[in-house]
Write a protein that binds this ligand. Structure first.
Ligand code: ADP
Ligand code: MG
Length: 246
């Protein structure tokens, strides 16, 4: 694997009852890259993330992350190697405060909080404050997470992944249901995040995709239909036909 490449997916396939949701897919992501994956419903976008994070097992092919093949590893081991994944619905602890949610998600946080001897350290406090600022939730640190707006809950969940410092962060439709200002703030957040890690974002919202303005991969029927800049992809006849045209 070359030094600049973080993720190399080759010949990847998965079938559900004979239906090929991902079909002989080759997909490469470099270090510090922000990649957007678009495609019509059922194209296989979520399945691709499920395969990378170990939630779904591949029928064929390989997924190399740094120097490891992920296809035989458990979800837990894949997280430990530095792959963080956000699902479409936020999974935060509504009854805990924003601060507690972040603390719980910090490396070793689960054991710490359940232990009688849990002590906040200045290092942890500083890390929580830093993450809270980046996800626009400094003023909400003491608030119950259940009281946050939908968009703020999405940001909190991104923060809960960031505090684990993953080398690859995968987000499935992070701006779904967000207001326009929230979408713009999320685009700014992602542009900052990718300064020291790779990010794969699945997105439907074309204005948002333009805001983050990076290399785009168009998935269709489990295969890559087109790849390149948003401008280039938008002019691709096949893309217009299957996706942008309707
Ligand atoms: P997208 O995220 O691009 O909308 P998905 O990856 O969710 O698409 O789904 C791709 C296809 O695979 C769909 O036809 C979906 O019904 C099917 N699929 C996904 N996961 C499963 C599963 N666990 N079992 C059976 N079929 C599935
Ligand atoms: Mg999906």
């Amino acid at each position: 694997m070359s030094d600049t490449m973080l993720l190399e997916v080759e010949g990847l396939g998965v079938s559900f009852d004979g239906f090929k949701a991902i079909d002989e897919l080759n997909f490469y992501v470099e270090r510090n890259e922000l990649r957007v994956v678009i495609g019509p419903n059922g194209a296989g976008k979520t399945t691709l993330l499920d395969l990378i994070c170990g939630k779904t097992r591949a029928t064929s092919g390989s997924i190399r992350f740094r120097d490891r093949d992920l296809t035989s590893l458990s979800e837990h081991d894949i997280v430990k190697l530095g792959v963080g994944r956000k699902f479409q619905t936020p999974s935060i602890y509504e009854n805990l405060t924003v601060r507690q949610n972040l603390e719980l998600s910090s490396p070793g946080g689960r054991t710490m909080l359940s232990s009688l001897f849990f002590r906040r350290t200045p290092e942890l406090d500083a890390r929580v404050d830093e993450i809270a600022e980046s996800i626009y939730l400094t003023d909400q640190l003491g608030m119950s997470a259940g009281l946050l707006s939908h968009g703020q809950k999405q940001w909190l969940e991104i923060g809960m992944l960031l505090i684990q410092d993953p080398e690859l962060l995968m987000l499935d439709e992070p701006v779904a249901g967000m207001s326009v200002p929230e979408r713009e703030a999320t685009a700014a957040l992602l542009n900052r995040i990718k300064e020291n890690r790779a990010v794969i974002v699945i997105e439907h919202d074309m204005d948002f995709v333009k805001d983050i303005g990076r290399k785009v991969t168009v998935l269709h029927q489990g295969k890559i239909l087109a790849e390149g800049s948003m401008e280039r992809v938008q002019q691709d006849e096949r893309v217009i036909e299957v996706y942008l045209g309707h």
